[in-house]
Design a protein around this ligand. Structure first.
Ligand code: FAD
Length: 434
């Protein structure tokens, strides 16, 4: 009998918790990856950066395993059907996987666990993609944190080397099941098209961790942030490895960003209603304007606010936007245009190569003021002042909006002072209804 390890958002052989436990089971091990049709069939843009990245990384793993005389089993289908087939094809003793915190994933894992149990196959899951999960960092009253600062203080205090140790999988690689390599489905076979732009490296840019605090807010700097988000999203880097490097650095700001990541995962895990509703329910009473024409202009980067337009065009082209500009564009949509944050969230979800439900939802609800730890509703970013402060020479803006001085560049879609007051009045009215 075999031990199977089901890789999902942990696409690496090194320092992988589930893989480590599978290898330690003593049985021959075979890793599995499923291109999940429930997710893929829902994507309407067939040029999807994430699917392209997955194909690239699955092939990389497949090659690494083939070099060791083994293979990665790659399937394209619905998880429950794929597992039913795997159970009939192989003699499986146990299946190992890493925790996932989204509602869809938790339901999926529960269903697969049940199916495996019916066949007397054990299903073991472990923490891997975060440093601390679920109930590991709680308030004094044993309740989940909903404010970041005290959470991060507690998170840091707990962060001993014990939690950052890597799982030495490489000592047991000879336990991979010896078999001939299986075929991997191609992008075309799954009905997707390549975009073809290269993805960022999986290593931290040189010296970034020591200077991050000074560079991270300036979108014009090519290496002002790590661009590791896609690798963290799909687990092609280990969070423990990265946190170790961040902890050792002089500047601890990067470590705080990794803490934000954990924070939003635990918010989603403890408060799954945030996926569809405001964390603070009273914010669901806002009378959004939801003007479709204005929404379209925002999506296309045609609002007449250069920093907003630059950000949206960066997103549409690269599938990535700088964090400072994500905050500005999101705030502009919710406050200046009074469009429901869920519209913006869904647009980012379609476009971001690093799309993660927890961080995206957290970022959007922060901008809308409806989330945990959110900005107070009367604080409305001034996009022009933000641009002056964070892109003082206009380098970022001119890169993405080269026609800035041309008559073709649109006039501002809405006047700032008016929009600000309108937002404050609308929010105040909704919150008074409590
Ligand atoms: P770096 O600055 O180098 O940070 C390192 C890592 O820390 C990131 O890769 C990320 O994993 C984590 N991180 C940094 N900031 C945050 C944060 N505020 N919340 C959670 N994790 C963070 N991040 C995503 O990974 N996926 C998303 O879908 C996403 N959507 C967002 C939507 C909005 C409206 C906002 C305001 C932020 C969003 N973020 C999201 C957070 C942040 O913008 C990105 O993680 C960051 O821009 C990625 O670039 P980087 O890897 O260069 O980040």
């Amino acid at each position: 009998p075999l031990s199977l390890v089901w890789l999902r958002r942990d696409l690496r052989l090194h320092d992988n918790t589930a893989l480590y436990h599978a290898l330690k089971s003593g049985r021959p091990v075979i890793p599995v990856f499923i291109f999940d049709r429930i997710i893929l069939d829902d994507l309407d843009d067939r040029r999807d950066r994430r699917v392209e990245f997955l194909v690239q990384e699955v092939n990389r793993l497949h090659t690494e395993l083939a070099k060791m005389g083994s293979t990665l089993l790659v399937r394209y289908g619905k998880p429950i059907e794929v597992w039913t087939e795997l159970i009939s094809q192989f003699t499986i003793a146990e299946v190992f996987a890493n925790h996932d915190y989204e509602v869809y994933a938790k339901d999926r894992d529960q269903a697969i666990g049940k199916l495996l149990a019916e066949h007397r196959i054990g299903f073991h899951t472990s923490k891997d993609q975060v440093i601390f999960e679920r109930d590991e960092v709680l308030t004094g009253k044993k309740t989940p944190y909903t404010v970041f600062t005290p959470y991060s203080r507690n998170w840091r205090e707990k962060l001993t080397d014990f939690y950052l140790k890597s799982y030495p999988t490489e000592h047991y690689f000879e336990r991979f099941w010896k078999t001939s390599p299986e075929k991997v489905p191609t992008l075309a076979e799954m009905d997707f098209l390549p975009v073809g732009e290269p993805f960022p490296d999986r290593t931290v840019p040189d010296k970034l961790l020591d200077t991050y605090n000074k560079t991270r807010d300036f979108p014009a700097l090519p290496h002002g942030t790590s661009q590791l988000s896609i690798h963290l999203r799909f687990g092609t880097v280990s969070i423990r490895d990265l946190a170790r490097q961040a902890k050792a650095a002089e500047d601890k700001t990067f470590l705080t960003e990794l803490c934000w990541r954990d924070f939003y995962f635990q918010v989603l895990d403890h408060f799954p209603h945030v996926e569809k509703n405001s964390f603070r329910r009273e914010y669901d009473q806002i009378d959004w304007r939801n003007n479709e024409d204005e929404f379209e202009k925002w999506c296309q980067g045609q609002t007449g606010y250069p920093i907003v337009d630059a950000g949206m065009r960066q997103l549409n082209t690269l599938g990535w936007m700088h964090n400072r500009v994500r905050m500005i564009t999101a705030s502009f949509l919710c406050k200046h245009l009074l469009i429901d944050w869920r519209w913006g969230e869904a647009y980012f979800a379609k476009k971001l190569r690093d799309y993660d439900l927890s961080a995206n939802n957290g970022g959007w609800q922060w901008a809308a003021g409806s989330g945990t730890d959110a900005a107070p509703y009367f604080r409305v970013f001034n996009p022009t002042l933000q641009a002056k402060k964070f892109d003082p020479k206009g380098i970022y803006i001119r890169h993405w909006v080269p026609e800035l001085d041309e008559p073709t560049y649109p006039k501002p879609i809405v006047e700032h002072t008016l929009a600000r007051q309108r937002a404050i009045d609308t929010y105040r009215k909704a919150l008074a209804r409590k």
